[in-house]
Design a protein. Structure first.
Length: 308
């Protein structure tokens, strides 16, 4: 086992066995930060990268992070927040690359807990994964299969990524580019039985999925990639006893997140779970920020050790 990698949503005393472990942790934070579309979070990622550079003695990394617009004052504020809580570390096996460990953190845990904790997926049930072209969606396709889902349907707008979803275990696919007749196409792809929906999109696809659901179906809502608003007819929810369940990692106890993360790491090291990633040098952060806005279908990880 190498130095602990930490995944934590809360601040606390810094627990780092070595500068390398701190670099791994803060580098992961920088990677995870690209999930959000906030300049402040970008600044936080830059601050994390700057501290990682300091701990590793990489002056060029610090300068690159400061070029991202991080002032010294903000650096101090963010560094005070980006620390590892006592006891909230997950040791990593040597067999998993740092970038994979980082990529599994936020999207992997969300995919796993959305299916287990919120949807309470039962063996043999049919699952629809919307936005299956993203890292969270592709993880959810694989996790559903590993949890024993009977049929998995992947929905996305990108044809190449839909083909990739099939490779990862989806039994059927639905093109979300065309919204006409979308509910019927979802119903057909699911074989007339749809028990669980994992919905990082909301908007029109989310409503279409609800309309295709079977009685007692559960839709887990964890994003708004397709829009922040949706018009849902009340009769659909009442008449079929449907549940719309909100989800965020940040309200899940640390112990459950850690258990989920360990499971994901075990699957990844054994080859059962794959995650797309790309490692970039710190000076590529501005370009990575632009690429993330266009949904690159992979997790972009910044590393002080990477070279352009």
């Amino acid at each position: 086992m190498r130095s602990p990698f930490a995944y934590t949503p809360r601040p606390g005393p810094l627990q780092a066995a070595s500068p390398g472990s701190a670099v791994a942790y803060l580098g992961a934070l920088a990677a995870v930060a690209f999930i959000f579309s906030s300049p402040l979070v970008l600044a936080a990622a830059g601050a994390a990268a700057a501290l990682a550079g300091l701990l590793a003695g990489a002056r060029d990394a610090v300068r690159a992070a400061l070029r991202m617009g991080v002032t010294l004052g903000l650096l101090i504020v963010v560094v005070n927040a980006l620390v590892v809580s006592r006891g909230e570390t997950v040791p990593l096996p040597d067999t998993i690359p740092d970038a994979v460990a980082a990529a599994l953190g936020t999207p992997g845990i969300a995919a796993y807990l959305a299916l287990t904790r919120r949807a309470q997926l039962k063996g043999g049930e049919t699952v629809l994964i919307l936005a299956a072209s993203g890292v969270l969606g592709s993880c959810a396709v694989q996790v559903a299969r590993l949890l024993g889902a009977g049929r998995i349907v992947a929905g996305a707008r990108d044809e190449e990524q839909l083909a990739r979803a099939r490779e990862l275990g989806a039994d059927a696919i639905v093109d979300l580019k065309q919204t006409d007749g979308l509910s019927d196409r979802i119903r057909e792809a699911s074989g007339g039985q749809l028990n669980v929906v994992i919905d990082p999109g909301w908007g029109v696809p989310g409503v279409a999925a609800l309309e295709a659901m079977s009685p007692f179906g559960r839709s887990v809502q964890l994003g708004q990639a397709a829009g922040p608003e949706a018009v849902v007819k009340s009769g659909i929810l009442r008449g079929r006893y449907l549940s719309i369940l909100g989800f965020t990692n940040f309200l899940v106890p640390w112990e459950e997140q850690a258990d989920a993360y360990r499971t994901l790491v075990d699957w990844a090291t054994s080859g059962k779970l794959k995650v797309e990633f790309e490692v970039l040098p710190l000076e590529a952060a501005p370009d990575a920020w632009k690429r993330q806005a266009g949904s690159p279908h992979r997790k972009l990880a910044l590393s002080p050790q990477a070279r352009g």
